[in-house]
Ligand binder design. Sequence first.
Ligand SMILES: NC(=O)C1=CN([C@@H]2O[C@H](COP(=O)(O)OP(=O)(O)OC[C@H]3O[C@@H](n4cnc5c(N)ncnc54)[C@H](O)[C@@H]3O)[C@@H](O)[C@H]2O)C=CC1
Ligand SMILES: O=C(O)CCC(=O)C(=O)O
Length: 411
Amino acid sequence: MNALAATNRNFKLASRLLGLDSKLEKSLLIPFREIKVECTIPKDDGTLASFVGFRVQHDNARGPMKGGIRYHPEVEPDEVNALAQLMTWKTAVANIPYGGAKGGIGCDPSKLSISELERLTRVFTQKIHDLIGIHTDVPAPDMGTGPQTMAWILDEYSKFHGYSPAVVTGKPIDLGGSLGRDAATGRGVMFATEALLNEHGKSISGQRFVIQGFGNVGSWAAKLISEQGGKIVAVSDITGAIKNKDGIDIESLLNYTKEHRGVKGFDGAHPIDANSILVEDCDILIPAALGGVINRENANEIKAKFIIEAANHPTDPDADEILSKKGVVILPDIYANSGGVTVSYFEWVQNIQGFMWEEEKVNDELKTYMNRGFKNMKEMCKTHSCDLRMGAFTLGVNRVARATVLRGWGA
Ligand SMILES: NC(=O)C1=CN([C@@H]2O[C@H](COP(=O)(O)OP(=O)(O)OC[C@H]3O[C@@H](n4cnc5c(N)ncnc54)[C@H](O)[C@@H]3O)[C@@H](O)[C@H]2O)C=CC1
Ligand SMILES: O=C(O)CCC(=O)C(=O)O
């Protein structure tokens, strides 16, 4: 099932649990605006290259639309739509005053030079600058993008609208980025894992973790979980997969990946088949890379008792069903990875206030938001006798539905 069909299905299940009116359901499902732009840039060798960029603004009932921009060869309209919709429910689950959006450019950033990436980002920004803004739509990093990408968007946007640091989050600290944003999604994953395990009478310490993806989210989650005593027994990224049943030394792996741009070849672990990473023996599996990786092909083989969805929509509905029958507990993406957008909100607030918070305050507030989100999600599970995914969906959808009804239909 593709990402959009899967996301729509989860939304409709939640809508039914909430008893939403069919017209309201339709209005919540259809995106506010879908933008598709062609971005042509001169390459370093003088030839021209064209890329297609997307920004889907899903819903703004609760505030400015918010969500990352992804650079990846597989970026396509249905997936961007699904990711934008997930952002709407995610910001509502986190109870931050935003709607949802997502964007992306179909490109392989590893095959573009820094100056080509800068030109591409600037052309994309030129094409969408009048549709984003501090109080309309605030982009942030996602796969294949990072603080430097946000700095270029900020600079290009500011040429049209005057200096506007709050137009993007996940910026470099020197340009008004927030302390703690870089680590925030991984830190949120750690807090979410802690909340779930506590509920099951366990703690992170001593649990064996497998992590797919060692980029921003996966590497920070690995570092923070290992600092809590969790044992990371296998890790993978685009270059390959590695395993050490006694636990990988994450500090050494971080130093290694900085130099070698991937986990392949790290001598503190042995190589394994990258395709087997999700079915490796462990207590807790953290997918932190692509969507749709847990599906009917591999769900039966998964050994983990808990899955923490650090990536967006890593589990498709077929796998959800299979895993639920096996008794595997899945902490859903729209709660588990909401630490990133939560600290993006703190960054935006700091930019608007013109005041910078200490990192300790950022991390403390994040913990409060993650713990509150967990509690609210569990309350919905109880009210609707449902699993955690439907607990999170009903929580998010209900908040957006209430805001939509309160704002009315503009008659
Ligand atoms: N960056 C953020 O703040 C947030 C990111 N997310 C989600 O987390 C996931 C990861 O995002 P980031 O860490 O930001 O991206 P990133 O670009 O920093 O890292 C992506 C990682 O995935 C690996 N990867 C790519 N293809 C792979 C494959 N086929 N098999 C194994 N590994 C593969 C890459 O090598 C890299 O290690 C995405 O699903 C993203 O949407 C969710 C919430 C916030
Ligand atoms: O930080 C943000 O605004 C959005 C992060 C994001 O794209 C996500 O949570 O999937």
